[in-house]
Write a protein that binds this ligand. Structure first.
Ligand code: ADP
Ligand code: ZN
Ligand code: MG
Length: 496
């Protein structure tokens, strides 16, 4: 199809993603080197002959990486064949010390899965054509400029050999926003499976494929004519490392491609680089074809058989199912259910609190108070994971009436997060334990005796008077009485 012909037609955006995620394992995929990067580690120290590609070094497949891949397969309802194998993908690039990458080619560990994504209130199944295991290359650091302008480039092989899973979708997205939604959902599922750590630098990298297809080639059910798809020249944008980056890079490409087509120019089939700091994509090279990689079987690894083993690998309840169950079992509204299942840690914590106290009280405390205060501080549940017992204790104290709700929310919880103290220590230090009834009664009587003017104002119907008296009682009780209670006690006594 010529660009002239395209220029006359309405265009639809077509996007397919290739997502690389680092799998959480203790060691690398083919050697015993740790995958844990210390913040201050020196370059090229977390390496060995295998991940440096030294002659004669032999790879040994990491069982934990395979287990993680099978979990992903189960979570996306993919076919996980009984037997798969590994290939060498040959290309020369300095981040690849062997000059080939061990990956899976025609026998990936997962095929034909789906991930459901909610897009504008509508549930859509995004098809995952394949997901395979491979090794991460090393990392490059461009000095004095970006990839195309740097003075020189440094190489660090500490990352080389980290287990990666490449998850390839069908071209099922119709907008950059949909692609972003998918990435968020994928990450959520991987996090639930416990195979992925989103806080790790570079743990998610996306190659985004995008083309413009005449809108009339798309059927009512959203499927696209195969020929039109193949005929559309697409660009592959590399170097995307976040959901937001994916949306921005793709939005840039939509504009760039539409402009080019409107001016009668053809879109080059090419690989482009997302320059995050400049917010643009730049041309890198013409797109390589599969034959350029000279794939051949990795003779140093035997076929991988998961039959008999894969049945034993179990996965936890996934976010969508858990959301549904929270609504049914605890009677939560959609928003609370969604907040409380945003991560597995939050959901587990909510269920612990709900079991010990009451589902509604637990929902208020976890979804509104705790998540709200964490959010305000740019913290996550992971930051307080070891202290969840302390939060249960706080809810327990409120539930038992040992502390007022107001003090719990506004003083104790905030100090817990700001200073890292336990609720009991804070209550003790601030003298917040609810006072016994006698003490409140005494304080009420005293406040009335000591402030005849305010009492008179009260009888004259002056609204502020009662608040003044409540304030006095609160002061006498060191802020530990419940203001609502005090108000009621004062009125009862004054109206006697
Ligand atoms: P290749 O063999 O060139 O890598 P694949 O069929 O493996 O092509 O697809 C790679 C990625 O490109 C997939 O995510 C796929 O969904 C996407 N893709 C394929 N065709 C198009 C298209 N016309 N527009 C956008 N993305 C596409
Ligand atoms: Zn190693
Ligand atoms: Mg491909």
């Amino acid at each position: 199809m010529t660009a002239q012909a395209l220029e006359q037609r309405d265009l639809a955006v077509v996007i397919g993603l290739e997502v690389h995620v680092q799998l959480e394992t203790n060691t690398k995929i083919f050697c015993g080197c740790s995958t844990e990067a210390a913040a201050d580690e020196a370059p090229n120290t977390r390496t060995c002959p295998v991940c440096l590609g030294l002659p004669g070094a032999l790879p040994v497949l990491n069982e934990a990486a395979v287990e993680a891949a099978v979990k992903v397969g189960k979570a996306i309802s993919a076919d996980v064949p009984e037997e798969t194998n590994f290939h060498r993908k040959n290309y020369y690039y300095p981040d690849l010390p062997k000059n080939f990458q061990i990956t899976q080619y025609d026998a990936p560990i997962c095929r034909d899965g789906t991930i459901e994504v909610e897009i504008e209130g509508e549930r859509r199944a995004i098809n995952v054509s394949r997901a395979h295991l491979e090794e991460d290359p090393g990392s490059l650091q461009h000095k004095g400029g970006s990839i195309d302008t740097a003075d020189y480039t440094l190489i660090n092989y500490n990352r080389a050999g980290t287990p990666l899973m490449e998850i390839v979708t069908e071209p099922d997205f119709r907008s950059p926003k949909e692609a972003r939604r998918f990435l968020a959902k994928l990450e959520e599922v991987l996090e639930y499976l416990g195979v992925f750590d989103s806080t790790r630098d570079g743990s998610l990298r996306v190659d985004a494929n995008i083309s413009m297809v005449p809108a009339d080639e798309i059927d009512a059910d959203g499927s696209i004519d195969e020929e039109a798809l193949a005929a559309a020249n697409r660009t592959e944008v590399k170097n995307i490392s976040s959901h937001k980056g994916a949306e921005k890079a793709l939005a840039y490409e939509v504009t760039r491609q539409k402009n080019a087509i409107q001016r009668g120019r053809a879109i080059e089939q090419e690989t482009r680089h997302w320059d995050e700091s400049r917010g643009i994509t730049v041309s890198m090279r013409s797109k390589e074809a599969e034959k350029d990689y000279r794939y051949f079987r990795e003779a140093d690894l035997p076929p991988l058989r998961v039959s008999g083993w894969k049945e034993e690998i179990s996965i936890p309840e996934l976010p969508d199912a858990r959301r549904e169950r929270f609504r049914e079992e605890y009677g939560l509204d959609a928003e609370s259910a969604s907040k409380l299942t945003s991560t597995k840690a939050v959901a587990d914590f909510y269920e612990d609190v709900a079991a010990a106290f009451d589902p509604d009280l637990a929902a208020t405390w976890v979804a509104d108070n705790l998540l709200g205060e964490l959010n305000y501080r740019d913290m996550e549940i992971a930051d307080v994971e070891g202290r969840l017992g302390e939060f249960s204790r706080l809810v327990e104290l409120v539930d038992a009436g040992d502390i007022t709700r107001k003090n719990a929310e506004e003083v104790v919880l905030r100090r817990m997060l700001d200073d890292g103290e336990t609720p009991d220590a804070i209550i003790e230090a601030e003298g917040l334990g609810t006072v016994d009834e006698d003490e409140v009664d005494r304080a009420v009587a005293e406040a009335i005796d000591e402030h005849p003017g305010a009492v008179e104002d009260y009888y004259d119907g002056e609204g502020g008077a009662i608040n003044f008296l409540v304030g006095q009682v609160m002061r006498k009780t060191g802020g530990s009485a419940d203001p609502g209670d005090v108000n009621a006690k004062l009125r009862a006594r004054l109206d006697e």
